[in-house]
Each structure stands twice: as C-alpha cells, then as structure tokens.
Design a protein around this ligand. Structure first.
Ligand code: DX5
Ligand code: ZN
Length: 231
C-alpha cells in the first residue's frame, strides 16, 4: 500500500461520500467504485465533536452494500468507544478516530485492532503530530486533517504539507508501517501533488470528486492525472 516511486499509483484515492447526492447514494458509490476509487471515505459526524451531523449506521449500511471496496470510516464522534461495534461492518473496513475525541486513545485504538480492523487516528489542524506518537506502533493510518473537520468544500490549509512531512519523518525514523492520509480541501492540483510529495499515501477528496462541474469518472481521471506527472 506504500506509494510507488517508479510506476503505478502514487497514492490511493478515497472519495468522500459526504459530497455525494444522497438521493442517489448507492449509484454514486457504485460510480466511484467503477471509476477506480481505492477506498470509500465515510464521514460520520455527531454534532458534538464537530458542529455538524452527517449520518449514522443505516447510511453506512447502505454504503457498505453498494461497494466491494474497503470503507475508510472517519468517526468525528466524541468518545466513540460505545459506538465502535455499530460502525465496524466488515473486517476490511478501516476505522479512524480523532485523537482529540478520545480520553483513552490507546484503549480505543486497541479495541479497533481487537476486532481485526485497520486502525487510524486523525489529528485536527490545531493538534501537533506528537499527539499520536505514543500510539504509532498500533496504527495503520495517521490522518492529517487539512481543514477543520465538520464540512466539505473548505480550503486546504497550506501548513498541512509541512505537517505531513514531519509526521512521515517520525514514522520513517521509527520504521513503523503506518501510512499517512490527508483529508480536506484536496483538489486535482498542487494540494494533491504537494501532499503526496510530502508523504501522503491516501488522499481523501469529497467536493473534488462529487460536484456539478464534471462527472465522477471525469473527476477521478483528473485526480489521477494530476498525480501522474513527474514528482
Ligand atoms: C470534513 C470531512 C472530509 C470532507 C472532505 O470534516 O472529514 O472528509 O468530506 O471534503 P472536501 O474534499 O470537499 O474538503
Ligand atoms: Zn473525512
């Protein structure tokens, strides 16, 4: 899953269904699946940890039924422990919790791993990379939020590039397997390119993939195309 240095994909693309047309949700999930998405990013918001509510279990079930791809489930939930069984639907699904939302982050991550799932921790723009250092050996993914979570369509915070680089360096120095994911404001432009150059292996993209300017296949081609150029 590490980014390739010679040929092949330089990063995995995880379209966020938050920007999809929910009147045609299954169809939209199928469209990104057929257009070559690697993962489906699923944003669960509780209205407490973030100032917005998105959807819960029944919608995650509908997404799960519409694709064979692993779900990359981003839990923006304060103290998510009791709800973990609700959202862990398949062993291939990746579960990401927020460092800021978990009083006992180590325990929460360990619980996800006990289920056999890949575990990730997300950090907000205002949270230092050191917030994940002690749990790094348990992690498959560290996700750098490049916007403040809660809404799709926000602008990428440029300082996130340096943060991805610092995090990647810490992971490399300790020879751990965790991958870096970036979420928020990623477009088919410098935001995707610089994030990958800095070490991101998974790119979340919501409004860049689901929008009314282009079709899903066109948007996916645009994102892949912008990553295909010389490093
Ligand atoms: C924001 C969510 C993101 C969002 C990304 O809180 O976590 O996943 O859907 O949307 P864009 O790509 O439009 O910034
Ligand atoms: Zn997200």
């Amino acid at each position: 899953m590490a980014p390739e240095t010679t040929s092949g994909p330089k990063a995995l693309i995880a379209p966020s269904v938050l920007s999809a047309d929910f009147g045609r949700l299954a169809e939209q999930v199928q469209a990104v699946t057929e257009a070559g998405a690697d993962l489906i990013h699923v944003d669960v918001m509780d209205g407490v940890f973030v100032p917005n509510i998105s959807f819960g279990e029944v919608v995650v079930d509908a997404i799960r039924a519409a694709t064979h791809l692993p779900l990359n489930i981003h839990l923006m939930i304060q103290e998510p422990d009791n709800l973990l069984p609700t959202f862990i639907k398949a062993e291939t699904d990746q579960i990401l919790v927020h460092a800021e939302a978990c009083r006992h982050l180590h325990r929460t991550v360990a619980r996800i791993r006990e289920q056999g799932n890949q575990a990730g921790v997300a950090i907000n723009p205002g949270t230092p990379v050191t917030a994940v250092e002690e749990v790094l050996p348990l992690l498959d993914i560290v996700m750098v939020m490049s916007v403040n979570p809660g809404f799709a369509g926000q602008s990428f915070i440029p300082e996130s590039v340096g943060k991805i680089r610092r995090l990647r360096r810490i992971i490399d120095e300790t020879a751990l397997p965790a991958q870096v994911e970036v979420d928020g404001g990623i477009k088919a432009d410098w935001t995707a390119q610089e994030s990958v150059k800095a070490g991101a292996a998974i790119l979340v993209a919501g409004s860049a993939i689901f929008n009314n300017r282009e079709t899903v296949p066109e948007a996916m081609r645009g994102m892949r195309g912008c990553l295909a150029g010389p490093p």
